[in-house]
Design a protein around this ligand. Structure first.
Ligand SMILES: [Zn+2]
Length: 382
């Protein structure tokens, strides 16, 4: 009797203990399945899904008439997936010869245990196509875009260029980055535990959105002509640089903006156009020279109008009638203004000259007379 009670009590203890355990487990399971489901689902997907970016095509830059000044060229990115490689030696041999790279560098990447190893980007499309034709397991060829400027040096400091990630670095490329860049897409593929993509499971694609086209007021023909004219002046005057800006006086639109020497937009990091005796060794000097080469002097530097402003003062004088085209002047080589003697650039003086000759000679005597007349005129008007 005593023994029986003892046994029953023991059974009860074991049973209650098991029940509590079971209830605890059910509770935990319910908690994981109901409340933590999203968290674990996301973790599992991260483990089995591989995400690859689809690069968005950058928007083109076109001139006032639709001439394409900046566009994209298809290039390839070559990478390897370690777990999928069957014949590593064949892959190394093929990549070494096709990409013209050091064998040791390629071997290191091919033999590295990683989910995806980048071998080389910005590979020409023909080379990428050839690599694809070998059909070697584990070698991936992805198409990508690279910025391309069909006219190389044309308006280089205005257009600007992009860096390795296709982001704008200087000029309009950086100014209108948010409109030009577009939105990258993604490809989601499901893989097994070893990282091999599973066949038959639909891949999820989010398509890329290409960037907007940027149309500018520049005219390709005027820009080309202005660049040639500026180069001619630079040659004739042995100048270091010449800047030329052509605007529509009716609305201020810029038709041409030239800064010679221009640089090749397809090789923006080459200092070739700087005509240096030797390439600088340290990075800082090189960067300073590059910044100098990329500088758009039309918008970054100030310029004192000086003699170029004579046109406006003389035009104003002629229009107001305070000066006649047939007026004559006499230049003795200087003029006393108040307490000082201002000299003409011709020491002996230009002698007697008409208004037109005075302007042609850039005679200070005539300039001063005009300025005085103009000043009087403005005083009267105001
Ligand atoms: Zn003079």
């Amino acid at each position: 009797m005593k023994n029986k009670t003892y046994n029953r009590r023991k059974i009860l203890i074991v049973f209650s203990f098991a029940t509590v355990m079971l209830l605890g487990l059910i509770g935990r399971l319910a908690y994981l399945m109901i409340f933590e489901a999203d968290y674990y689902q996301a973790k599992a997907e991260a483990l089995h899904e591989r995400e690859r970016a689809i690069k968005a095509a950058r928007g083109e830059i076109i001139d006032a008439n639709g001439v394409v000044l900046a566009t994209n060229k298809t290039v390839c990115t070559i990478s390897v997936i370690h777990s999928q490689i069957v014949d590593a030696e064949a892959v190394i041999r093929m990549l070494t010869s096709e990409l013209e790279m050091e064998e040791t560098a390629i071997r290191k990447k091919v033999e590295k245990v990683s989910s995806r190893e980048l071998i080389k980007s910005n590979v020409k499309k023909e080379v990428g196509d050839r690599i694809r034709e070998y059909e070697l397991a584990g070698v991936k060829v992805d198409e990508d875009y690279k910025r391309y400027y069909p006219y190389n040096e044309l308006a280089s400091k205005v257009l600007g260029f992009t860096g390795s990630d296709n982001q704008g670095i200087i000029g309009l490329e950086v100014k209108y980055e948010e409109y030009l860049k577009g939105q990258n897409g993604t490809i989601l593929t499901t893989t097994d535990a070893r990282g091999i993509e599973l066949e038959g499971i639909a891949e999820e694609r989010v398509e890329a959105v290409p960037g907007n086209t940027l149309q500018i007021s520049m005219d390709y023909n005027i820009q080309t002509y202005a660049q040639q004219a500026a180069e001619k002046v630079m040659e004739e005057k042995q100048a270091d640089q010449v800047a030329l800006l052509i605007m529509n006086p009716q609305n201020g639109e810029i038709l041409a903006m030239v800064n010679v020497p221009e640089f090749n937009l397809n090789e923006p990091f080459s200092l070739e156009t700087m005509n240096l005796e030797a390439e600088p060794e340290d990075e800082e000097t090189k960067q300073n020279l590059l910044n100098q080469m990329w500088r758009n002097t039309c918008i970054n530097d100030t310029y004192e109008p000086g003699s170029t402003f004579k046109t406006f003062t003389t035009a104003a004088c002629l229009e107001a009638g305070v000066l006649d085209i047939n007026d004559s002047f006499y230049c003795p080589g200087y003029r006393i203004v108040e307490d000082r003697k201002i000299r003409c650039h011709k020491v002996g003086g230009h002698g007697s000259e008409t208004f037109v000759e005075g302007i042609q000679n850039s005679c200070k005597q005539v300039d001063m007379k005009i300025i005085i007349l103009c000043g009087l005129f403005w005083l009267i008007v105001v």
